[in-house]
Design a protein. Structure first.
Length: 133
């Protein structure tokens, strides 16, 4: 009598598929994480630009820059003054003469991007615009 072969996968075939999936995940995961962090950096930079625009609108109306970012929220120029990637508050430094300012991200969460961003960055200067280092 002939034995009919049962359909199904052998243990070796299943293990080969699992190893291939593991290799693909090992290759793709770092790129996915980096893309996530780059998206958070772009969102942070966009927020800095929006706050800088609100600073200029405030300056147009009151002929001076606000002494704190909370003032922009109180006067409803912006809805938030926090970095969207880790919810840390942005920093504000006014020039001694009060005619320029620098906005900066206080978190170190963008450091995972390595040489792309330094600590305390990105920053936005009223005179120079946006910079990362």
């Amino acid at each position: 009598m002939r034995r009919l072969r049962e359909s199904g996968f052998t243990l070796i075939e299943i293990m080969v598929v699992i190893v291939i999936i593991g290799i693909l995940l090992a290759l793709l995961l770092p790129n996915m994480v980096r893309s996530k962090h780059q998206g958070q950096l772009a969102s942070c930079e966009h927020s800095l630009r929006a706050i800088a625009s609100a600073m200029e609108n405030y300056n147009t109306q009151y002929k001076q820059y606000p002494d704190s970012l909370k003032k922009l929220m109180e006067d409803k120029y912006v809805q938030q003054v926090f970095c969207p990637s880790n919810n840390s508050e942005y920093g504000l430094e006014l020039a001694a003469d009060g005619k320029d300012y620098t906005l900066f991200c206080q978190g170190s969460h963008h450091l995972v991007l390595g040489d792309l961003v330094a600590e305390g960055f990105p920053q936005y200067s009223g005179a120079a615009g946006l910079f990362r280092k």
